[in-house]
Design a protein around this ligand. Structure first.
Ligand code: PAF
Length: 281
């Protein structure tokens, strides 16, 4: 099994990745904000299949949080993350400080374009600019050939693909990993108290119900949306959005087609959960 190297400075990480490249290795990166769970492990395993050196970045990126309280409450457990990475055969963890990632302060930022203003972007202003900025910065430091992301954050994945288009980095999306009751794995799930955790299963149920109704012939957007929203509200959730969108643009569909995405975000007991499902799946 590979020995895990932990890099906390940009210099350590770039020196390591340059030496790997000089030796002819390929590098896959799994960008994370830590609090690693089984979903991350699936991303790591995909990265290990696609390259012979794997870097997991662990960085709670302040520029993608629109609320200071959310940033403060975000779960952090670097020691456990390192144990997970070591057990999985990860070659390096890059766990930098904010000053390492943003040495000049967070003064320049990437504008991902209009896709970043919809849905998640509308409810979390500046979020995707922060994501795009940090992802490009991490890529600059790690110099990966491949980067692996979860499809749970579908809009994030589309934005990363679009801002990385000029670079020769293979952006790989990995299907969402779910608990046995359907809840998508997320680092935020640990913040759900038992009542909210139970209620949050309404989110995947709502997506499934919209999908089933469409497969059964219900085609009206308003009816499909109302059906999903009703299920979440009945469980006590507060819906930010539930929409059917084009998977490339994230614009709302006027007449839904197989392959469109049902996307939703909702609050359960003060915790915001997002999820999506491909229509016709
Ligand atoms: O999905 C996440 O965990 C974060 O948004 C990412 C991609 C690591 C950027 O901070």
């Amino acid at each position: 099994m590979a020995e895990l190297t932990v890099c906390s400075t940009t210099e350590e990480m770039t020196t390591l990745s340059r030496s790997w490249i000089a030796e002819g290795h390929t590098i896959a990166v799994v960008p994370t904000m830590g609090a690693l769970h089984r979903g991350h492990v699936v991303l790591i395993r995909e990265a290990l299949r696609r390259a012979n050196r794997v870097v997991v970045t662990v960085f709670v990126n302040p520029t993608q949080f629109d609320r200071a309280t959310d940033l403060d409450a975000y779960p952090r457990d670097l020691a456990a993350d390192l144990t997970t990475c070591e057990a999985e055969g990860v070659h390096a963890v890059f766990a930098p400080s904010v000053a390492e990632v943003y040495p000049q302060g967070a003064t320049t930022s990437v504008d991902p374009g209009p896709i970043a203003d919809r849905l998640e972007g509308e409810h979390r202003p500046g979020h995707f600019s922060g994501v795009a900025t940090v992802v490009l910065r991490l890529f600059e430091i790690v110099s990966p050939h491949v980067a692996v992301f979860g499809e749970k954050d579908a809009q994030q994945l589309a934005i990363v693909r679009s801002v990385c288009e000029p670079r020769e980095i293979d952006i790989v999306g990995v299907p969402t990993v779910r608990e046995s009751d359907g809840l998508a794995l997320s680092s935020r799930n640990v913040q759900l108290d038992p009542v909210a955790r139970q209620a949050a299963t309404a989110l995947p149920r709502a997506l499934e119900s919209v999908n089933d109704a469409w497969i059964a012939g219900l085609a009206g957007i308003d009816e499909l949306r109302a059906r999903g929203i009703g299920i979440i509200e009945e469980a006590g959730g507060e819906v930010d959005y539930l929409d059917l969108v084009d998977p490339a643009t994230f614009l709302p569909c006027s007449s839904p087609e197989r392959g469109d995405l049902i996307v939703a975000a909702a609050w359960f007991g003060g915790v915001r959960i997002i999820d999506n499902l491909q229509l016709g799946s």
